[in-house]
Design a protein around this ligand. Structure first.
Ligand SMILES: Cc1cc2nc3c(=O)[nH]c(=O)nc-3n(C[C@H](O)[C@H](O)[C@H](O)COP(=O)(O)OP(=O)(O)OC[C@H]3O[C@@H](n4cnc5c(N)ncnc54)[C@H](O)[C@@H]3O)c2cc1C
Length: 454
């Protein structure tokens, strides 16, 4: 039986990838995308650069407007259409158009691509100068505030990669920044040498970092703007602006109400074809959990690169084809001021927490030869002592550092062991690297340590 109508809920990375892939597969399929916001297909990854002013206009972040999908791809994109209920037994989605007008749509296949929502649990989060940066509307709202109000002091709650990228953006605008981080770690799971380098970099740009301190309340006059953060100890930090960057939770309300099963992480559980437990219903992107290829366990690791790939797989299957999503190895790259960081796989602590007898080592090499202004490059490797298999890598430096992590990501996909890694034929010429690429130096040292200790 051919599929007649595909409905996609959510129109950003996963949703539009799914719709576009299904269209390529089946020119006759009717495809409707319900998006509750006013934009589709934009790059949320670019939002910090819009905040800094490096990207001048919000429109520059939009890959394709809704009209492109309607006119060029024959995809019926419906903005300001919020799906409020799924009735699997009747194959129907109920939506509210412009928050008021009810609409019911039948589907033959359904793709959920509802993304994730920021944690907003702190008292005072509803004050007018408290922001999140989860979508384009949030970014426009925040940038408008910056341009009009010219705040002098910002507090960022949370020091994940988004909090840090925005700290960089605020500092570039001349705003004094304080980051408050409840845990003792800046970007969860960095090896200590790389975390130290990151903290030094952030401090050298005047950004204050309060680690191991939990903000209790975003305080200010009744119904007025936030003026300070309270910690519960009596201490406070003044602010004219607060950004909540405390992480993401998968948006699963629609799914759970419809009987779609969640996994261990609390995100929607899917198989390798991105199919949920209900026939004909697929899910992809920041609303689902995925398999970590190093541990084999499900993880919630929301990233745009994953959302695009998963959306494509969901769209192919929902459109009548066959595709699978292999899983992830947890690769993340970011740039905070001049420091580039790349990480993939497990940190030493997370490998041990996963039950591996893991060991690690960190070296400092150079990004290129000295006469080409090579800069220090820190490389950490984590391996399983049982068989010498690589299980994690982190790389940091100010020059051509982050994308070097891709070699290690490939090694993780291939389940390479240290003896294999050190023989890799990686490119060398003075403008790009040193004769001994730092990753290979690290692999040699790790190999020696592994052989010695096993
Ligand atoms: C500031 C920032 C920087 C980032 N940087 C990077 C980066 O450098 N690299 C990287 O890989 N990733 C990055 N990401 C993550 C990446 O942007 C997300 O992983 C990606 O956008 C997820 O896509 P998605 O389609 O799953 O969800 P989303 O982008 O969240 O889209 C979900 C859409 O569904 C809509 N929706 C939800 N519920 C409903 C409903 N009931 N009815 C109708 N519509 C609904 C929402 O309005 C939303 O538009 C960044 C994210 C942010 C916020």
């Amino acid at each position: 039986m051919s599929t007649r109508r595909l409905v996609v809920i959510g129109g950003v990375a996963a949703g539009m990838s799914a719709a576009s892939r299904a269209r390529r597969l089946d020119p006759d399929l009717e495809i409707i995308v319900l998006e509750r916001g006013t934009n589709v297909s934009y790059g949320a990854c670019g939002l910090p650069y819009f905040i800094s002013g490096r990207i001048a206009h919000a429109d520059d972040l939009i890959a394709h407007p809704a009209s492109f999908f309607r006119e060029k791809r024959n995809i019926d994109v419906r903005l300001e259409h919020e799906a409020i209920k799924i009735e699997p037994e009747r194959s129907a989605v109920h939506a509210l158009v412009k928050r008021s007008q009810p609409l019911a749509i039948q589907y033959d296949r359904l793709v959920l691509a509802t993304g994730g929502a920021p944690h907003m649990s702190l008292p005072g989060s509803d004050r007018p100068n408290v922001f999140t940066l989860n979508d384009l509307d949030h970014a426009v709202h925040l940038r408008d505030f910056l341009d009009r109000q010219h705040p002098r002091k910002a507090v960022i709650i949370g020091s994940g990669y988004i909090g840090l990228e925005v700290a960089d953006a605020f500092a570039r605008r001349g705003i004094e920044v304080t980051i408050i981080e409840r845990s003792g770690e800046v970007i969860d799971g960095l090896e200590s040498e790389i975390a130290d380098k990151l903290e030094t970099t952030v401090a050298s740009h005047g950004v204050k970092l309060h680690k191991g301190r939990a903000a209790c309340t975003i305080a200010g006059p009744s119904n007025g703007p936030a003026t300070h953060i309270e910690y519960g100890s009596g201490e406070t930090t003044p602010c004219d602006l607060v950004l909540l960057a405390t992480g993401l939770q998968p948006r699963t309300e629609l799914a759970t109400a419809a009987g779609i099963a969640l996994g261990h992480t609390g995100a929607i559980a899917v198989d390798d074809r991105m199919q949920t437990n209900l026939p004909g219903i697929y899910a992809a992107g920041d609303c689902v959990e995925t398999r970590h290829l190093v541990t084999g366990a499900p993880v919630y690791f929301p990233l745009g690169t994953t959302a695009n790939k998963q959306g494509r797989v969901a769209g192919e299957n929902a459109g009548g084809g066959h595709a699978t999503f292999a899983g992830i190895v947890g690769t993340l790259v970011t740039k905070v001021f001049e420091l580039e960081i790349g990480r993939t796989g497990l940190s030493l602590a997370s490998a041990r927490a996963a039950g591996l007898d893991a060991d690690a080592l960190t070296i400092t090499g150079s990004s290129r030869v000295n006469y080409f202004d090579g800069k220090p490059l820190i490389v950490s490797l984590v391996w399983d002592r049982a068989d010498g298999r690589l299980v994690g890598c982190q790389i940091a430096g100010e020059d051509a550092a982050a994308k070097r992590i891709d070699t290690a990501a490939v090694a993780l996909h291939a389940r390479m062991r240290l003896p294999d890694l050190l023989h890799l034929d990686l490119g060398y010429a003075p403008p790009f690297a040193t004769v001994w690429e730092p990753l290979l130096i690290a692999a040699h040292e790790a190999h020696k340590k592994w052989k010695h200790n096993r």
